[in-house]
Design a protein around this ligand. Structure first.
Ligand code: NAP
Length: 233
């Protein structure tokens, strides 16, 4: 890996929004450690060929010892500047199901919290961006555990921002409806008319916000909703 370039670690980097954060980071001149869980697609190998020396892949189930992500990354390069906690489980599941709660809490809350602590301890300087969700403010009938796991992550963002200052900035982006999961396509179509700015899937806005947070070194502890005003309703 190109040790001259500053490197960003991105969890869940090989698909969907994680891949957008990866491509933007590469375009901004960073190297990327692309964390993945299950398998790497051919498109990602192609991307690696297009950016020789700028990409390393790292497989890890974040449920156990998520700190290994940071330790393993430091074995690849010591020029690390950023961490994007993007990986998550988005699925239905309610408080009546404690094991589901623990699963969501483990990946959506504990894993980013522990990776961030390891980043602060071992990398020592830089920034962290947590990816939360703009649609978690109101109680929800069928995604209760997901919602609460992300609410915790927002609060951890603010808490760690204070603990890690002045060495590491910690912010969060709360996306609105960006990329539908399989079961959400019809919902996205209906939602377009409901969102105040009458738009869903505005990835450009999300990526612009990411660039803004990476570059703005006087911001910490902020959660920026990129949701067309959906969270205001
Ligand atoms: N898509 C949207 O419109 C939207 C809206 C609001 C918020 N968000 C947030 O934005 C982020 C990205 O969303 P997305 O829709 O692109 O996500 P996604 O398709 O749900 O992908 C999440 C990633 O997390 C990984 N992951 C799941 N369990 C894991 C585990 N145990 N260990 C390691 N990695 C694991 C998945 O890997 P595998 O698939 O290999 O398991 C996948 O790469 C998430 O934090 C999500 O909550 C997204």
């Amino acid at each position: 890996m190109n040790s001259q370039k500053q490197t960003i670690i991105i969890t869940g980097a090989i698909k969907r929004l994680g891949l957008h954060f990866t491509k933007k980071s590469l375009a901004m001149g960073y190297s990327v450690i692309m964390h993945y869980h299950s398998e790497i697609s051919d498109d990602c190998y192609l991307l690696k060929d297009q950016f020789p020396g700028d990409i390393a892949f790292m497989q890890l189930d974040l449920v156990n010892n998520p700190e290994d992500l940071i330790i393993g990354s430091l074995n690849i390069t010591d020029n690390i500047i950023g961490l994007v906690n993007n990986a998550s489980i988005f699925a239905q599941g309610n408080l009546s199901n404690p094991s589901d709660f623990m699963e969501k809490f483990s990946i959506n809350t504990l894993a980013p919290m522990r990776c961030s602590s390891a980043f602060y301890k071992h990398v020592k300087n830089g920034w962290i961006i947590n990816i939360t969700d703009a649609n978690i403010k109101r109680p929800n009938s069928s995604f209760q555990n997901y919602r609460i796991s992300k609410l915790f992550l927002e609060e951890i963002t603010r808490q760690q921002a204070v603990i890690f200052a002045p060495d590491v900035r910690v912010n969060a982006i709360a996306p609105g409806a960006m990329l539908p999961a399989q079961h959400e396509k019809d919902f996205f179509t209906t939602l377009r008319d409901t969102v105040p700015l009458k738009s869903v899937g505005n990835i450009d806005s999300l990526i612009n916000t990411y660039e803004f947070l990476v570059n703005n070194n006087y911001l910490t502890g902020q959660v920026i909703s990129v949701d067309g005003g959906w969270g205001l309703l």
